[in-house]
Each structure stands twice: as C-alpha cells, then as structure tokens.
Write a protein of this length. Structure first.
Length: 666
C-alpha cells in the first residue's frame, strides 16, 4: 500500500494526499471557492506553482489575492512574461533577454529585429492590446525541467543569441526550468508563476515607457530596449498608482525648484547644486534649526578638512570598501608648460572626504580624554563628495556634493543605550516638527564586514534595547529588522519617513561602531587608569540638507511652512497710488523679522496674485484705497479660498506667530 503524504495547513489540520499530489489538489479538496481563489502556494516556506507536486510531507499555505505582497510579486512576474510573448508575437525576430518584477511593476529587455528600428513609446499601445489578448486567452502556465544542452539548442536554433549565451553559463548540475504559455511560447525561468494568464486582470497593467539598456549592464555589450510597465492585482490599484504618479509629477522638486527659483543644476558641475538666494534661505533656516537642536542636546560643533591623505582612508577601511566612490587627487602636480595635467607618479594620493567619520576620530584623539569627559558629542555641518555614477544622479535626491547634519558620539559601553535612546527622542521631535510619520528599522550585519561576531551581537542588542527604552519598538513605529543591510563596520537604526502621498524616504540613522575606533586607535583613560576603546555612534537626522530639502519640497508640494518659506509675505497694491502705503506695510513686517517684499509693478492685481501663488508665497497682503484709509490689509493665504481683512498690527502678530520655527514656539 502506498504511503500517503501528510500536508500540514496553517490552521493546524493535516490533509493526507496521494503521492504526486499538488497544492492545487489540496485547494480543490478543501473546496471549490479556494480552488478558484488560489494563485500559488508556500510549501515549506518556499513560494511555488500550484501545479508543482509535493516531494514529501510538507507544510502548505495557499496564496490568494489577500496575500497581497506575494500575489503582486507573482502577477508582476507574469506580466513581464506576457509582455515578452506579446512583443515576439507582434514583431517576429525580436530577441528577448530578462524581465523581472520591480517595486511597482515589471520590465523586459528586448532587441528589435534587424528589419525595424528599436522599439519606442509609439509601439506601446499595440503591445498592450496584444498582452490583453494573451491574458484573456487564459493560457496555462506550465513548468518543465530541461537539460542545459536542450536549452542551448533551442535558443541557438531560434536565433536567441542572448538566451543562448546565458544558458551556456548555467551550471550543468542545476535543475533548469522553462515555463510554457499555452503550447506555443516558452521562456527560461525559475518561476514560480500563476496557474494561467487568465489569473491576471487585463485592466490592471499599463506600459509606461521605454529606455535603453545594455546586455548584462555592460556598455561594451549590445544595446537593448527596456520596456517598463506597472502591474497590479486589479484596476482600482492601478488607478490609485497612476494618480500617485500624477501627484508625484506635480510635486517633483526639480520642477518646483525652477518655478520657485530655488536652485539649478548644470553640466558644468555634475551632481552639485547651484543654490539661488531663495533656496539657500531654506537651507539657512534648516541649519539654524538643527544647530539649536544640537546645541540643546550637548553637541559641540567642529569643522574638518575637505581633503585628507589616502593613508587615513586606508587605515579606516574606506579605501578598500569605498574607493570607487571617492574623488582622489595627487597632493603634488609638477609645473609644466605642456598642455593638460601631468602627474609625476611620485605624488602621494589625497581624497575628498566622502564622509566625516575619520576626521572626527582625529579630533577626538587630540589630547588625553578621561572617562569623566564622556560622552563627547561632536557635530559638523560637513560637506562631503561621493563619485556617484552619472546615470544615478537625480536632482537634490542623489548628488555628488552634499552636506550632512552629521555628528559622532564617543561614549563608554555603559552609555551606548542611553545615548541612542536620547537620539531616538531627538529624531522624533524633529520629524514631528516637520509633520512626518515614520517607521524605525534595524539593519543588521552584512556578510562582508569588519569586527568580531561578539561585537556585532553586542552592538545590535544595544540598538534594540535603546529603541525599546524609548518606547518605539512597537507596531505603531513600524519596528522591523532588516537582516544583512547594516554598514560594513556597524549595525544601524534607520528612520523611514512617509510623505504626504504615501512614499517612504530613508533619512535619519544612528550606527553603533566598535570598528573605526579600533582601526584608528581612539582611546580614553578609564577609571582603572588604563586605556580603553570608546564606542562611536554615527548619527544624522536630516541625512543630507540637499536630499531633505528635496523631500520637503515634494512633501509640501512647494507650500512650505511659513517659517521655512523664502518669502513669507508679499504686499501687493491694487493701484500705484497706494505704493507708499504698501512700502509702509512692508517696513513694519520687516521690522518684526519677517521676510517680505512689495510688488510695485504696474500690473493688474489678479496677475500679481496668480504669479506669487505659483511661486508658493504663503501670504499675499492686498492693499487698496480702503485699506490705506483704515490702516488695514486684505490677507490671502495660499491654499485657502477665504481672505481676511486685518488691521496692520493683527497681520504682523499673525504672521510673526506663523513664521516662528516650531522649536521656538511657546
């Protein structure tokens, strides 16, 4: 008698099934509703196709659309395959390469046949229509194991040079799989997949754009066309996503930066920002705010060099781990009359600092430090340079030159938890002042790292304990651990902010580091009279001023809080006869410390109001004959329909209150 398989289900029950049974069979045995709803299965923790047989006794959890994360990953993977099938059906001779799921959709890299130009956005409607046709055909998606030789033979016979090249590199002893779509199209894939194309919603995807991509990411290889799409479980989710994209486009900090005259970017300084007076006013307000926070937290501000000897970076470990992202220069370039730079080959190498940490250790090491002096909190508005790839640069969000609200805390082991707890509370107060909700994550040790496992165990637990003592290791704060995502020298807590349209941004961080003090020989004199290593806490709240300003612009859609607004009020006279009164109003507001200007141009008032509203000025004070006679102003507030008529003193009091930074309000 054949022994039955024991399949354990999440509710604790056990189903006995015949050998060769599949998760689909279990779903059918439970009931027709579940059989119809099931999309895939988690077998012993691994996501698999419904039709893949069990290998033995197993734990089974069936995946339905209610398991959104798993279901979306499967759907997007399938959309990518359907995209490739559609392109080849429409344009015979197209070569396909790879097509993964992404965070909000999918893409596939393809090469158009020699008979036509590379694919463009004009081709997308036809490809979408063909994809819907394939989905509605409800073609079964069937898994088969193939030999390496069979795969190579197929791809070479069909002119699929890229697939053949990849197949030749696959290990001979590994099970290689393909997935059929119906009986007439297949792709090389590990899976898993949905049972059929009909499980996809034909109205839940949209092809978004095309871009160039090199085969295997190497510029020396053939250029392909990458077709991007977004894919969801239903049309409602797709529409919500498209609305978010539309809103994000309206909030794009690069667009608003131009409209508000805040900054510009130029090819003459790739990855560096030219701050205009209005944009730099935002910077200055943020810098003053953060200085007050750091002064109140017992930090002492320092300033360290931009360029340091390469040997310092070698000793710290950054040269080996981070060299490709550093700007390096020789410390001596001999004079020459020849054109172009000349390096003798004998000069020592220097580097623009990509981070402030080693320089802060050097400051700490000056003189003799006692345990009584600890903790020492050193802060710096430190300008750093990182040689980010040109294609990765993105407005203020990804730059090569940036300034951090950086600080390092040197403390004893017994002080770590308390210092991290205090930082958690400081970060909380800052993010609340800017109206952000956030989640806290713990990024733990990566595979490639410095330091002993014992030190990593200790550092990770200290961060856990500090968050718990701050009362933040809870579901409310989104507490989560991210295995393997720490820095090479330390685990770290990360603050992930959620903006006004639901996007998340990783901004603040604190890292508990025992590696750098060891490598750079930082010590203090302990109570026993001997030398001891401090623990070094690396911390920032804004992260970088550039990126944080970009996030703020998009979070507020340019309508910054009054205290941050470059221009807090504009006085706009209706007719030129009132210019004198407008200047009187401006002077009184300026005397109260407000950033205000008068618009005395010979333009209609509606034109002035519209222009300053587009520039996101929070308050426009309209003055005419009646306002002059009564000593009043008519105040229009950005984003509000109703306007207020106030005395000049009332307007000054109201605006002064609104312009007070949140940390200075009573």
């Amino acid at each position: 008698m054949t022994e039955l398989l024991k399949i354990s289900l999440p509710d604790g029950s056990v189903r006995e099934m015949e050998p060769g049974s599949t998760p689909a069979d279990v779903a059918a045995a439970i009931g027709p509703g579940l059989a119809k709803a099931a999309l895939a299965a988690r077998v012993n923790g691994e996501v698999r196709d419904l039709g893949r047989p069990f290998e033995g006794d197993s734990e089974l959890a069936l995946i339905t659309s209610k398991d959104e994360a798993d279901a979306l990953e499967l759907a997007r993977h399938d959309f990518a395959h359907v995209l490739a099938e559609a392109v080849q059906a429409l344009y015979p001779g197209t070569q396909i390469t790879f097509g993964p799921a992404t965070d909000d959709g999918f893409y596939y890299d393809v090469m158009a046949p020699a008979s036509r130009e590379p694919f463009s956005s004009e081709d997308l409607p036809d490809i979408e229509a063909k994809m819907r046709e394939i989905i509605k055909a409800d073609k079964p998606l069937r898994r088969e194991a193939w030999s390496r030789e069979k795969l190579i033979e197929k791809w070479e016979s069909e002119g699929e040079a890229f697939k053949a090249e990849w197949a030749k590199e696959l290990p001979e002893n590994e099970e290689l799989t393909v997935y059929w779509s119906g009986d007439d199209w297949l792709d090389m894939c590990r899976g898993p997949h949905l049972p059929s194309t009909g499980k996809l919603d034909p109205q839940a995807f949209k092809l978004m754009r095309v871009a160039g991509a090199y085969w295997r990411g190497d510029q020396a290889n053939a250029q392909l066309t990458r077709i991007y799409g977004t894919g969801w479980l239903n049309k409602k989710q797709l529409n919500q996503h498209l609305m978010r994209l539309e809103e994000a486009a309206k909030r794009d900090h690069r667009k608003l930066g131009r409209e508000m005259d805040l900054f510009h970017l130029s090819d003459v300084a790739h990855g560096s920002v030219f701050w205009h007076p209005k944009g730099y006013r935002i910077w200055r307000e943020l810098e003053s705010y953060m200085r007050r926070k750091m002064d109140g937290g017992g930090y002492r501000e320092i300033k360290t060099p931009q360029v340091m000897d390469a040997r310092q970076w070698e000793q710290s470990g950054h040269w080996g781990k981070y060299r490709e992202n550093m700007f390096v220069i020789p410390d001596e370039v001999p004079n020459t009359e020849d054109d172009g730079p000349v390096i003798s080959g004998e000069a020592d190498w220097m580097a623009l600092k990509p981070m402030n940490c080693p320089a802060h250790v050097l400051v700490f090491k000056q003189g003799i430090t006692s345990y009584r002096d600890l903790p020492i909190r050193l802060g710096e508005m430190g300008c750093c340079h990182r040689n980010e790839p040109h294609g990765a640069l993105h407005g203020l969000m990804r730059v090569r030159q940036f300034t951090q609200d950086d600080a390092h805390i040197f403390c004893t082991e017994d002080q770590v938890v308390e210092e991290v707890r205090k930082f958690c509370e400081m970060a909380d107060s800052v993010y609340q002042d800017f109206g952000f909700k956030y989640e806290i994550k713990l990024a733990t040790r990566p595979e490639q790292r410095f330091g002993s496992d014992e030190d990593w165990d200790k550092a990770e637990q200290e961060l856990r304990d500090a968050v718990a003592e701050a009362g933040m290791a809870t579901e409310e704060f989104g507490w989560e651990e991210l295995p393997g995502e720490g820095a090479f020298y330390a685990p770290k807590l990360e603050w992930h902010l959620t903006d006004a349209i639901g996007r998340t941004w990783q901004v603040g961080t604190i890292q508990s580091d025992r590696v750098l003090p060891e490598r750079l020989d930082a010590t203090f004199i302990g109570e026993d009279g001997g030398k001891h290593r401090p623990v070094m806490l690396h911390r920032a709240i804004f992260g970088s001023y550039e990126r944080f300003i970009g996030i703020l612009i998009e979070h507020y859609a340019g309508r910054l809080p009054v205290w941050l607004s470059p221009v807090q009020a504009v006085v706009a006279p209706i007719v030129s006869d009132i210019d004198g009164y407008a200047e009187t109003v401006e002077a009184k507001l300026a005397a109260a410390g407000l950033r205000v200007k008068s618009d005395l141009r010979n333009e209609k008032i509606n034109y002035k109001v519209r222009e300053h509203s587009l520039a996101k000025v929070p308050h426009i004070l309209v003055v005419g004959k009646r306002e002059e006679e009564e000593g009043k102003v008519t105040m229009r507030t950005l984003g509000e329909k109703d306007q207020q008529v106030l005395t000049l003193d009332e307007a000054v009091a109201m605006l002064t209150k609104a312009a007070t930074p949140p940390d200075l309000r009573a």
